[in-house]
Write a protein that binds this ligand. Structure first.
Ligand code: FPP
Length: 256
Protein backbone atom coordinates (compact mmCIF):
# COMPACT_ATOMS: atom_id res chain seq x y z
CA UNK A 1 0.00 0.00 0.00
CA UNK A 2 1.24 3.50 -0.75
CA UNK A 3 1.81 5.36 2.49
CA UNK A 4 1.21 8.88 1.27
CA UNK A 5 0.11 10.78 -1.79
CA UNK A 6 3.18 12.08 -3.66
CA UNK A 7 3.96 15.76 -3.24
CA UNK A 8 1.90 17.71 -5.74
CA UNK A 9 1.24 21.24 -6.89
CA UNK A 10 -1.97 23.06 -7.64
CA UNK A 11 -3.42 23.60 -11.09
CA UNK A 12 -1.58 26.89 -11.45
CA UNK A 13 1.61 25.25 -12.53
CA UNK A 14 4.36 22.71 -12.00
CA UNK A 15 6.86 23.09 -9.20
CA UNK A 16 9.47 21.00 -11.00
CA UNK A 17 10.00 20.56 -14.75
CA UNK A 18 12.48 18.06 -16.19
CA UNK A 19 13.60 18.21 -19.82
CA UNK A 20 15.28 15.88 -22.29
CA UNK A 21 16.82 18.46 -24.63
CA UNK A 22 16.80 16.30 -27.75
CA UNK A 23 17.24 17.06 -31.45
CA UNK A 24 20.33 19.30 -31.54
CA UNK A 25 22.06 17.05 -34.07
CA UNK A 26 19.06 16.80 -36.42
CA UNK A 27 18.42 20.54 -36.13
CA UNK A 28 21.94 21.16 -37.44
CA UNK A 29 21.99 18.38 -40.05
CA UNK A 30 18.73 19.60 -41.61
CA UNK A 31 20.41 22.97 -42.10
CA UNK A 32 23.60 21.52 -43.55
CA UNK A 33 25.50 22.50 -40.40
CA UNK A 34 27.80 20.36 -38.26
CA UNK A 35 26.11 18.66 -35.29
CA UNK A 36 28.31 20.74 -32.99
CA UNK A 37 26.49 23.86 -34.17
CA UNK A 38 23.24 22.23 -33.02
CA UNK A 39 24.69 21.74 -29.55
CA UNK A 40 25.83 25.38 -29.45
CA UNK A 41 22.33 26.52 -30.39
CA UNK A 42 20.99 24.13 -27.77
CA UNK A 43 22.97 25.88 -25.08
CA UNK A 44 21.76 29.29 -26.32
CA UNK A 45 18.21 28.01 -26.06
CA UNK A 46 18.74 26.68 -22.55
CA UNK A 47 20.03 30.11 -21.58
CA UNK A 48 16.83 31.71 -22.95
CA UNK A 49 14.63 29.24 -21.08
CA UNK A 50 16.54 29.84 -17.85
CA UNK A 51 15.97 33.57 -18.18
CA UNK A 52 12.19 33.15 -18.26
CA UNK A 53 11.20 29.79 -16.77
CA UNK A 54 11.39 30.35 -13.04
CA UNK A 55 8.47 31.92 -11.23
CA UNK A 56 6.92 31.82 -7.79
CA UNK A 57 5.47 28.43 -8.84
CA UNK A 58 8.20 26.86 -10.93
CA UNK A 59 11.23 26.55 -8.69
CA UNK A 60 13.04 23.47 -10.01
CA UNK A 61 14.31 22.85 -13.53
CA UNK A 62 16.31 19.71 -14.33
CA UNK A 63 17.88 19.05 -17.72
CA UNK A 64 19.50 15.97 -19.24
CA UNK A 65 22.75 17.31 -20.70
CA UNK A 66 24.87 14.14 -20.92
CA UNK A 67 23.74 10.60 -20.25
CA UNK A 68 25.89 7.75 -18.99
CA UNK A 69 25.39 6.25 -22.49
CA UNK A 70 26.49 9.38 -24.37
CA UNK A 71 30.16 8.33 -23.95
CA UNK A 72 29.45 5.92 -26.83
CA UNK A 73 29.18 8.84 -29.29
CA UNK A 74 32.15 9.64 -31.56
CA UNK A 75 35.05 10.89 -29.43
CA UNK A 76 35.17 14.22 -31.29
CA UNK A 77 31.52 14.91 -30.35
CA UNK A 78 32.03 13.89 -26.71
CA UNK A 79 35.12 16.12 -26.48
CA UNK A 80 33.21 18.99 -28.04
CA UNK A 81 30.30 18.55 -25.62
CA UNK A 82 32.69 18.60 -22.66
CA UNK A 83 34.41 21.76 -23.94
CA UNK A 84 31.01 23.37 -24.56
CA UNK A 85 29.88 22.47 -21.08
CA UNK A 86 32.96 23.98 -19.45
CA UNK A 87 32.84 27.16 -21.55
CA UNK A 88 29.06 27.59 -21.07
CA UNK A 89 29.37 27.23 -17.31
CA UNK A 90 32.14 29.82 -17.31
CA UNK A 91 30.10 32.18 -19.48
CA UNK A 92 26.74 31.87 -17.73
CA UNK A 93 27.59 31.54 -14.04
CA UNK A 94 27.21 35.30 -13.63
CA UNK A 95 23.68 35.05 -15.05
CA UNK A 96 22.80 32.34 -12.54
CA UNK A 97 24.13 34.58 -9.76
CA UNK A 98 22.22 37.59 -11.10
CA UNK A 99 18.99 35.58 -11.18
CA UNK A 100 19.68 33.94 -7.82
CA UNK A 101 19.50 30.43 -9.28
CA UNK A 102 21.33 27.66 -7.45
CA UNK A 103 23.17 25.12 -9.57
CA UNK A 104 23.15 21.40 -8.76
CA UNK A 105 24.18 18.25 -10.62
CA UNK A 106 23.01 14.67 -10.63
CA UNK A 107 25.02 11.80 -12.09
CA UNK A 108 28.57 10.58 -11.71
CA UNK A 109 30.24 13.99 -12.12
CA UNK A 110 33.46 12.67 -10.60
CA UNK A 111 34.07 10.82 -13.90
CA UNK A 112 33.91 14.02 -16.00
CA UNK A 113 37.07 15.78 -17.26
CA UNK A 114 38.80 18.00 -14.69
CA UNK A 115 38.10 21.11 -16.79
CA UNK A 116 34.33 20.51 -16.48
CA UNK A 117 34.52 19.63 -12.77
CA UNK A 118 36.44 22.82 -12.09
CA UNK A 119 33.79 25.03 -13.73
CA UNK A 120 30.99 23.08 -12.06
CA UNK A 121 32.58 23.53 -8.64
CA UNK A 122 33.03 27.25 -9.24
CA UNK A 123 29.42 27.69 -10.39
CA UNK A 124 28.06 25.60 -7.51
CA UNK A 125 30.06 27.60 -4.96
CA UNK A 126 29.00 30.92 -6.50
CA UNK A 127 25.31 29.98 -6.25
CA UNK A 128 25.38 27.91 -3.04
CA UNK A 129 23.51 30.44 -0.89
CA UNK A 130 20.44 30.75 -3.13
CA UNK A 131 17.33 29.01 -1.90
CA UNK A 132 14.41 29.80 -4.22
CA UNK A 133 15.32 28.52 -7.69
CA UNK A 134 17.14 25.28 -8.42
CA UNK A 135 18.70 24.40 -11.76
CA UNK A 136 19.98 20.82 -11.93
CA UNK A 137 22.10 19.45 -14.76
CA UNK A 138 22.16 15.68 -15.22
CA UNK A 139 25.70 14.82 -16.29
CA UNK A 140 27.00 11.32 -16.84
CA UNK A 141 23.59 10.39 -15.46
CA UNK A 142 21.44 7.31 -16.02
CA UNK A 143 18.55 6.21 -13.82
CA UNK A 144 19.62 2.59 -13.63
CA UNK A 145 23.15 3.60 -12.62
CA UNK A 146 21.70 5.98 -10.03
CA UNK A 147 19.52 3.22 -8.56
CA UNK A 148 22.45 0.79 -8.38
CA UNK A 149 24.59 3.46 -6.69
CA UNK A 150 21.74 4.19 -4.25
CA UNK A 151 21.36 0.51 -3.36
CA UNK A 152 25.12 0.25 -2.75
CA UNK A 153 25.03 3.27 -0.42
CA UNK A 154 21.96 1.90 1.34
CA UNK A 155 23.44 -1.58 1.87
CA UNK A 156 26.62 0.00 3.27
CA UNK A 157 24.41 1.74 5.85
CA UNK A 158 22.66 -1.57 6.60
CA UNK A 159 26.04 -3.18 7.21
CA UNK A 160 27.00 -0.30 9.53
CA UNK A 161 23.77 -0.85 11.46
CA UNK A 162 22.29 2.55 10.48
CA UNK A 163 19.43 1.11 8.39
CA UNK A 164 17.10 -1.80 9.12
CA UNK A 165 16.07 -3.64 5.89
CA UNK A 166 12.68 -4.57 7.35
CA UNK A 167 11.84 -0.85 7.35
CA UNK A 168 12.81 -0.34 3.72
CA UNK A 169 10.26 1.51 1.63
CA UNK A 170 10.44 3.89 -1.33
CA UNK A 171 10.83 6.97 0.88
CA UNK A 172 13.86 5.43 2.56
CA UNK A 173 15.50 4.33 -0.69
CA UNK A 174 14.83 7.67 -2.39
CA UNK A 175 16.99 9.32 0.28
CA UNK A 176 19.97 7.54 -1.33
CA UNK A 177 19.25 8.73 -4.88
CA UNK A 178 21.13 11.64 -6.46
CA UNK A 179 17.77 13.45 -6.47
CA UNK A 180 17.29 13.17 -2.69
CA UNK A 181 16.96 16.97 -2.33
CA UNK A 182 14.63 17.44 -5.30
CA UNK A 183 10.86 17.01 -5.43
CA UNK A 184 9.66 14.60 -8.13
CA UNK A 185 9.16 16.30 -11.51
CA UNK A 186 5.57 17.37 -12.16
CA UNK A 187 6.11 17.86 -15.85
CA UNK A 188 8.53 15.82 -18.00
CA UNK A 189 9.29 17.30 -21.43
CA UNK A 190 11.08 15.64 -24.32
CA UNK A 191 11.71 17.52 -27.54
CA UNK A 192 12.43 16.24 -31.08
CA UNK A 193 9.59 13.75 -31.51
CA UNK A 194 11.16 10.79 -29.70
CA UNK A 195 8.65 9.03 -27.44
CA UNK A 196 10.97 7.55 -24.80
CA UNK A 197 12.22 8.42 -21.34
CA UNK A 198 15.75 7.13 -22.13
CA UNK A 199 16.88 6.30 -18.58
CA UNK A 200 16.13 9.82 -17.28
CA UNK A 201 14.57 10.10 -13.80
CA UNK A 202 12.69 6.82 -14.31
CA UNK A 203 11.47 6.33 -10.74
CA UNK A 204 11.09 10.03 -10.00
CA UNK A 205 8.78 10.40 -13.02
CA UNK A 206 6.37 7.70 -11.89
CA UNK A 207 3.57 10.29 -11.65
CA UNK A 208 4.95 13.04 -13.90
CA UNK A 209 2.85 14.42 -16.70
CA UNK A 210 4.62 13.64 -19.97
CA UNK A 211 4.87 16.22 -22.74
CA UNK A 212 6.37 15.13 -26.06
CA UNK A 213 6.83 17.62 -28.86
CA UNK A 214 8.26 17.25 -32.38
CA UNK A 215 10.11 20.57 -32.03
CA UNK A 216 13.90 20.20 -31.92
CA UNK A 217 15.53 21.55 -28.78
CA UNK A 218 17.21 24.61 -30.37
CA UNK A 219 13.72 25.75 -31.53
CA UNK A 220 11.97 24.97 -28.23
CA UNK A 221 12.18 28.54 -26.97
CA UNK A 222 10.40 30.30 -24.09
CA UNK A 223 7.10 30.45 -26.03
CA UNK A 224 7.07 26.71 -26.66
CA UNK A 225 8.04 26.16 -23.05
CA UNK A 226 5.09 28.30 -21.94
CA UNK A 227 2.80 26.17 -24.15
CA UNK A 228 4.01 23.06 -22.34
CA UNK A 229 3.22 24.67 -18.99
CA UNK A 230 -0.27 25.57 -20.21
CA UNK A 231 -0.81 21.98 -21.39
CA UNK A 232 0.23 20.77 -17.94
CA UNK A 233 -2.28 23.08 -16.28
CA UNK A 234 -5.06 21.36 -18.19
CA UNK A 235 -4.08 17.88 -17.06
CA UNK A 236 -5.76 16.11 -14.16
CA UNK A 237 -3.29 14.29 -11.93
CA UNK A 238 -4.92 11.30 -10.28
CA UNK A 239 -2.08 9.29 -8.64
CA UNK A 240 -4.04 6.07 -9.09
CA UNK A 241 -7.25 7.53 -7.66
CA UNK A 242 -10.47 8.44 -9.49
CA UNK A 243 -11.10 11.83 -11.04
CA UNK A 244 -13.82 12.47 -8.49
CA UNK A 245 -11.50 11.79 -5.57
CA UNK A 246 -8.87 14.28 -6.74
CA UNK A 247 -11.43 16.82 -7.94
CA UNK A 248 -14.80 16.54 -6.14
CA UNK A 249 -16.36 19.00 -8.60
CA UNK A 250 -15.59 16.84 -11.64
CA UNK A 251 -18.91 14.96 -11.31
CA UNK A 252 -20.76 18.28 -11.57
CA UNK A 253 -18.75 19.28 -14.61
CA UNK A 254 -19.48 16.00 -16.40
CA UNK A 255 -23.01 15.66 -15.04
CA UNK A 256 -22.78 12.17 -13.49
C1 FPP B 1 20.58 15.74 -27.64
O1 FPP B 1 20.67 16.06 -29.01
C2 FPP B 1 21.44 16.63 -26.90
C3 FPP B 1 22.54 16.26 -26.21
C4 FPP B 1 23.03 14.87 -26.10
C5 FPP B 1 23.35 17.24 -25.52
C6 FPP B 1 22.54 18.32 -24.85
C7 FPP B 1 23.49 19.22 -24.25
C8 FPP B 1 23.42 20.55 -24.30
C9 FPP B 1 22.32 21.31 -24.93
C10 FPP B 1 24.51 21.28 -23.64
C11 FPP B 1 24.13 21.51 -22.21
C12 FPP B 1 24.97 22.54 -21.64
C13 FPP B 1 24.81 23.01 -20.40
C14 FPP B 1 25.64 24.15 -19.96
C15 FPP B 1 23.84 22.41 -19.46
P1 FPP B 1 21.19 14.94 -29.99
O2 FPP B 1 22.63 15.21 -30.29
O3 FPP B 1 20.90 13.60 -29.44
O4 FPP B 1 20.33 15.26 -31.24
P2 FPP B 1 19.85 14.19 -32.33
O5 FPP B 1 18.97 13.21 -31.59
O6 FPP B 1 19.10 15.03 -33.30
O7 FPP B 1 21.09 13.58 -32.90
Amino acid sequence: MVSKKPETTDSQGPLHVSIIMDGNGRWAQERGLPRTEGHRRGVDNLHQILRSAFSHKLRYLTVYAFSSENWLRPKAEVDMLMRLLASSLKKYTKDLVEQKIRLHTIGRVEELPASVRKELDKAKRATADFTDYHFTIALNYGSRLEIVDAVKRYTAEVQSGNEAPENLNWETLSRYLDTRNLPDPDLFIRTSGELRTSNFLLMQSAYSEMYFTPTYWPDFGPERFAEAITAYQHRERRYGMTGEQVNPHSSLVYGF
